[in-house]
Every structure is written in C-alpha cells, then in structure tokens.
Design a protein around this ligand. Sequence first.
Ligand code: GLA
Length: 662
Amino acid sequence: MKHWMFYCAAACAAIMTTTAFAETRTVWLDDLNLGMIRQGWGKAEAKTSVQGRPLRLQGKTYARGVGSHAAGVFYVELDGSVKRFQTTVGVDDDSNGPGSIGITLVGDGKVLFKSPVLKTGGTPAVVDVDLSGVTKLTVKMDDGGDDNHFDHVDWCDAKFIVEGADPKLVKRSYPPEEKIILTPKPPQEPRINGTRVYGVRPGAPVLYRIPATGVRPMQFSVRDLPPGLSLDQNTGIISGTIADREKGTHKVILVAENAAGKAERELRMVVGDTLALTPPMGWNDWYAHYDRITDAMMRQAADIMVSTGMADVGYQYVNIDDCWMNFVKHKDPKRMGPRRDEQGNILPNAYFPDMAAMTAYIHAKGLKAGLYTSPGAQTCAGCEGAWDKELQDARQFAAWNFDFLKYDWCSYQKKAANASLEEMKKPYIKMGNILKTLDRDIVLNLCQYGMGDVWNWGAEVGGQCWRTSGDLGMELERYHEVAVRNAEHWQCAKPGAWNDPDYLMIGYEGAASEGAEAKAFPLSPSEQYSYFSLWCLMASPLFYSGDMTKLDEFTLNILCNPEVIDIDQDPLGAQGHPVIRRADETEIWTKPLEDGSVAVGLFNRAEIEQPVKVAWSEIGLKGKQRVRDLWRQKDLGVIDTEYTAPVSRNGVVLVRVWPSDN
Ligand code: GLA
C-alpha cells in the first residue's frame, strides 16, 4: 500500500509536471531562418509574396506567412515534440500569369501530406499535419508538372504548434541512410578500363598509363603501337612521340596479363588535331585544399590516385587549381612574394619550389599534370594572373611540362571593354591559339561560368571543355538542377568538346581556412550515386575534388565502377539528357552508346522511395531489351516492354540496355 502510494505520488507529480510544462506555443514560419529555403526564383520573403506584395489567395490577404517560389524545398529539424504544422498554401493571386504547384510534406521518410495540383485563383490547400515524434520534416514545392512560370507559392498563416524546442530551418537534412556499397570488388583477372579512343597531336609527347584492374603483378603488352611509341611492360605506361606522317587512326591492341588471366582491349589512337576525345578524368584540388595547396599535396594526390586504384579505372590528370602563384595579399607570408621575375616570368609561391620536378613526379606514375590561371590581372582568389603575359605564361606552363590548363575568367571582367560576345570570346581565342603553337598537348578548360552561351563556341575557340555554370560547390544541394541545366546543351557535346557542370564533390571536402578539419560533403549516399550517374550520363569531365587522403570504401565504390565510367567515356561522345520528367518527380535520362546500346538512368527526385518505370517505347526503343544494372554489375535478363525498379529517395537505378532478339 505504502509502495503504491509512493508510486502514485511520483507518477501523479510527473503527470502534473508534464501537464504544467505541456503548454503549447505558436512558432511562425516567417520568424524562422528563411535563407535556408531553396527555391526556383528569387528568395523567400517573410509576410509578403515572393514579389514583395501582400500574401493573397482567392482575394483574401494574410498578414503572416512566407512567399516562396516553386520548384523548391526546405528542411526543418524538430526535436520530436512539435505537435502540428498548419498553413493555407496556394499560388499567389498576383503571380502575373497562370501558375501551378504541388506541395508535399515528408516527415521522417513518410508522406504526411500531398496536395493536388494547386493553380492561380484556385482553392488553396489547407494543411494541418500531426508532427508528433517527427524529427526531420521536408517540405517540397514542385512545379505542378509543367514549368515553374508564375509558380509563386504563398504559405499563409504558416505555423508550428510547439511544445519543446523551436523548429529550425536547416540547409539540408535527410533521414538516416546507410552507405550501401553496390559495386562488387574488381575481379582478380585483368580488366582494361578507361577511354577507348585517345587523341594526340603529332610531335607532342604521348603519355598513357593503361588503366587496368586485377591483381598485381601484371604484365602489359601492345600490338600495332604507332612508331615512335614504346611501352613499359611492368607499369603499362606508353610514351614517346608520333611523327606527322603517322596522322590518322591507329588501332592499338592493349593486353594485360596476370596470374588470374588475360584481357585485351582496342584503343584507337587518333593522331591529329583533336584532344580529349572522351571527357578528361582526374582530380582537381580546389574543394579539398583551396588556398592551402602545396606541391607535397599534389604529389600525395598522385600517389593516392595510383594506390587506391583510381588510375586503374581511368583517372589520369592531377590538377592544381588556383593559389599556386603568389598572392597580392595573403595571411601566410609564404604565399606572398615577387609575382614575376625580372624577365616577367611567372613565379610560383614558396609552396611550389620546383614545378618541373613536380610534373616529373606525376608523369613518372604515368599520370598527367594540370594547372590554373586567369586571363585577368588576378585570379579569383587574388593571385597573379596571365594578363598581358599570356604567351610567356603558356610557354612557361609547357616548359614545366603541364598537360591541362583551366582558364578562369575572374578579374578579366575589369579588362573586357564591354559585355559583348566578342569580348567574352577574346581571351579564350587568344589562349586557344597560343596552345596550338606549343609542342605539348595541353587540354584547355574554359571556366567562365557559361557566359555568352559558351557551349556554342567553346570548341571553336580551342577549348576541349567548358563550365556551363557557376561554382557547384556554392550550391551542391542543387546538383540535380545544375545537371538538368547542363543537359540542356546536350547537342553541343561531341568528342573533344564537353559541357562541364563542375567537379565531383563526394567524400570529404577541405575547409577554407588553414588547418581546419575536413568535413563530409553534404549529399546522402543515394544522392551521391545519382550525382555520379548524372555526370556519366552527361559525358562530363570527371574530376574528383574531394580530399584524397580521406577516400573511404564507399566513396571509392562510387568513383571507381568501370562499367559506370564506360558510360561517361563512351567513344560516340553523345551527351545524355532527361527524356521523361514526370509529376511524381521521377525522371528518365538516356545516353546512346557506340555499340548500339543505351544507358538509361531511372531517377527518383522525391523525398520517399518509390518505383520508377520506363517503357522501352517511351524512350524510342523497339522490341525486347537485354538489361544490365551498372552499379550492381548484374545482368537483369531480357525484358519485354517495360522495366520498373524501386528507387530510394533522391536515388537512381542506372542500367544499360541492348536490343535483344530472344
Ligand atoms: C572560380 C572557379 C572555381 C575555382 C576558383 C578558384 O570560382 O569557378 O572552380 O577555380 O575560382 O579561385
């Protein structure tokens, strides 16, 4: 009895305490950090529409709420004790034209609310969802299945009914997701990987390390190598120079042999004027090291490219980005100093004591070296640029034996006479012409963020690849939107001419300040699969830009699947693009391949897992198809008319399909 009384007293006190503290309060969405809302146009506004006018739905004006724009998303972190989210949501009355949107709320991976398509002037959706226990809420605004024109979303009277901590809008969050390694380990026997077609100019030094997986030791041999080239049988490195009279295509047979077996593959060496006949692959240090880059880090990256097996699947370039020169101003005195010598020669900073020795180190591994400059007086980070010294600098880069140049517009803005297309092309025409006069093959990467529709003229001025937009690192969470935009220019891509949506940022990034700890890039495991698949479908240059010293098994599994890389490196050089985009946020991308097969990406951009379907007839294929899942490297057999796969939140299933007679 006594006991019971004790428990009762304790329990009752607890109940009373809970009741005493269980008072709810209202937290308005418009009081939260709206800078975290990602949206299709403009920025989210508190208490007004996205255009700064009163929030108005069907003639009714609301004093509180948020004006946004589809397509967009925001993520809310909750402590599990938030009770409800309530709002009236629709397309603002003043949206200048007919808009249409869809709203989805997902809590901890479950759909809590899904609106029908909401239209300008139409009935808004009244939302009142139970959030008890929910810790991650994702709110999606889609474009209603058409485009995003006039899709001004008004979240009227939007509020959380809260018991505990205030909800927090965050840049990005996702329900816990396991890092599943889909790709089997490479087999013991040799497999020759990487490009199947390689462009070199006669007279320029050739350096090609045959990329091959399989146990070492491995012996290499070649048949029908053009005269002037030789092979190191132990390392598989081909080097030498090809004479002018050998112009044309040489079908070289590469052979790799080890204790477990033997592999052969044809490599077409095209001796002529065109470089980068497939998208260049490698590593660029920018997002790993920023202004902390040193010669030692570059050498270490080359070592790791070989030791991790990245070089065995085709990664080849080891490229320094900005910050190898002296800065005009920098907190580290070792990064300041004379920017040129008395003859006007560009001087690297003290962290790069011997550029030629560094490229020799990289070359000795059969890899190639790249660097960066700007046509302006200064680079983006504030180092010495190439302005007025373009020829001298380019000759210096060639004398140091570099193989790749990223040429970044930056402060050239101040030099351009006006904003005309002619002025935009000018520095690139100049550098393109200079590089053609050098006795080395230097791949030219135009970096001017897509200005003047560079995809229409990048090749004509001598570039092999060109960035189509700003820095992806600034908006990594929008990688899929960036890919969709990049894919709009698919018709401009061809061998030797590639649209560049920027680097691969998975694994770990560095931090901008000296000595700061590396941190993981923000994408979920499924998103990383999607990201890499999109880049390969788009025949993008594949430059990893994470911290090489922090490569883990999961990241390497994404970066190093040779069957996925084959899609990127396909000799046909077609750029894939989305062919179906559905209101349920699924997308089908296709890329035709040289052997008559097609790579098909089934993407799910929704916040929950759902099946994604593709009928062969919808993507222009006739008859039955033999299907192989590329991430899992698994045959799925012959499929009659359509294929459906369950696809995780923001994930992908990537298949390759061949016409089948069976
Ligand atoms: C620009 C480029 C980036 C990087 C930095 C270096 O922002 O777009 O890729 O090269 O400059 O400063």
